[in-house]
Design a protein around this ligand. Structure first.
Ligand code: ZN
Length: 346
């Protein structure tokens, strides 16, 4: 639409809930809620280093990315069977459908599981089974993106790719996550080149805790199509101009950024600044079970703390469709639904 309908400020929270949107930065292992974690621990006879759900939640006071990752990997240890992976992904997808997520591009970390002796096939079958069911029963468009853990070696990433290739039709791309500092994109240049030859979509975490140079090398060395996080791009004005001109999407995760102290308060978050500079910024939940909220809570928290209005809501939803790897017909359909939702709130 050319002009947006006028929407009163007090209707903004309801609009944010109701508008269709895509989620492009969600680690499925980070959607494992403490309640499900304890259920799976019991089912599989795994001992957790926390006596109760409450004690586990109390441990979610992170001071940086690493302190979070330590608990995150401990939590993933309860995942053993195909059913476990299915149950975790299904729980997320049900929640996503309730939040009017029409498209979800879901990260998974196979190395977290294969290193514990869980077969790649078990992980992929459980997750992709849940996605198939969500397409059918919930009408959510969804796909998997396999992430390499950057604190491990490139050789390990190559082995992981090799193990995943028999399931090539079950994932649409690869990403790069885990500890950013000290693990620049260059470390994975060859494995990303191979994935590119295989026709996989490419994304990478960069510029969350790492410097703007990591964003540049993710683009120039890895040839990624999207930057996950990328909020530190603002330290480099030439890079910001390039990201805007080339319409490179940033998958921003506001609650995660505050929880991991990338910004000390939501009021300090640069989401508004990124939009003002013409960047294709989107809002995402990252690891919702750990960071205090799913996608809609991320939207609400940003709009409460920052000077954002309905125009920004439109931009963010619209960017999420543009930045997704869905086909053009789906994107058009979601844009139409977005326009209809805005008309309803005018
Ligand atoms: Zn992430």
């Amino acid at each position: 639409m050319t002009t947006l309908p006028r929407i009163d400020r007090d209707r903004l929270p309801a609009l944010l809930e109701a508008m269709p949107k895509a989620e492009l930065h969600i680690h499925i292992e980070g959607s494992l809620e403490p309640e499900l974690m304890f259920r799976l621990a019991e089912r599989n006879g795994v001992a957790l280093p926390y006596p109760s759900v409450e004690a586990l939640r109390a441990a979610y006071a992170f001071k940086d990315l690493q302190s979070f990752l330590d608990i995150y990997y401990a939590g993933a240890s309860v995942l053993r069977t195909e059913q476990d992976f299915h149950d975790m992904a299904w729980a997320y997808l049900v929640k996503a459908a309730q939040e009017h997520v029409v498209r979800a591009e879901i990260f998974f970390d196979p190395q977290t599981h294969t290193a514990r002796g869980v077969e790649m096939g078990t992980v992929v079958a459980g997750l992709s089974g849940a996605l198939e069911r969500a397409r059918r029963e919930l009408g959510v468009s969804c796909d998997l993106i396999l992430c390499f853990l950057r604190h491990l070696s490139e050789e390990d990433a190559f082995q992981t790719l090799e193990q995943a290739l028999p399931y090539r039709d079950r994932f649409i791309g690869v990403g790069l996550d885990s500890s950013e500092r000290g693990h620049p994109p260059e470390k994975f240049a060859r494995v990303f080149a191979r994935c590119r030859e295989l026709g996989l979509h490419l994304v990478a975490h960069a510029g969350e805790e790492g410097p703007p140079e990591y964003i540049r090398s993710a683009l120039d060395v890895l040839h990624v199509e999207r930057i996950d996080h990328g909020v530190r791009c603002v330290e480099d004005p030439a890079l910001v101009r390039r990201l805007a001109e080339q319409r490179v999407p940033l998958t921003v995760c506001p609650l995660s950024n505050v929880k991991l102290c990338v910004f000390s308060r939501m009021e300090d978050h640069n989401l508004g600044q990124l939009l003002a500079r013409g960047l294709v910024a989107t809002v995402n939940s990252d690891d919702p079970a750990y960071f205090g909220g799913y996608l809609n809570q991320n939207f609400q928290a940003c709009f409460e703390a920052l000077p954002l209005d309905a125009t920004h809501a439109w931009q963010l939803a619209s960017h999420s469709f543009e930045a997704s790897f869905a086909d053009a017909a789906d994107k058009r359909r979601w844009h139409e639904r977005l326009a209809e939702t805005f008309e309803q709130f005018a």
